[in-house]
Ligand binder design. Sequence first.
Ligand SMILES: [Zn+2]
Ligand SMILES: [Zn+2]
Length: 180
Amino acid sequence: MEINVSQQLKAPIGSRRSYEVSEIINVAGGNSMFQGKVGLMRTDRGILVRGALRTEVEVTCSRCLSLFSCPLTLNIEEEYFPTMDVVSGTSLPLPEEPGGFTIDERHILDLTEAIRQYMLLAIPMKPLCREDCAGLCPSCGHNLNQGPCSCRPRGAESHSSESSKLTLASDVSLNEGRTE
Ligand SMILES: [Zn+2]
Ligand SMILES: [Zn+2]
């Protein structure tokens, strides 16, 4: 996602431009569509980029392990520093901030790396396909979002069910057998 900012670098501090973004970018191991608006403002040191980009990323649900598409909004705010003086054509010192973004010697501001970094931060650590994802049965691995499995219910909530009464009954008879 490259923007030529040579004209804007010649403009006075505070001058703004905005760009519509609708682009497919290869980040986070796959192609993703990014849409939104970015505003560029000339600062005393370079160009300040602000914008909100929407995208979707394929992630694995942390409960049921199914793949789903997770919508993300990236709120980007980064200052870019020129490496070449746009008027004189002489090289400029690199920004003092480590990892600061730069505008290359052709006056191209490339948003790809910033988008990649914001994307990695925006992807949830434990994604859920839906808020109330039922997860997988711990015994048979069945996806409980697709309905119950045939395993016996476990835990306190199952005390009232017929199958758990049967289990309890057979446990008792086993114990009696041992004591005899
Ligand atoms: Zn899930
Ligand atoms: Zn099961």
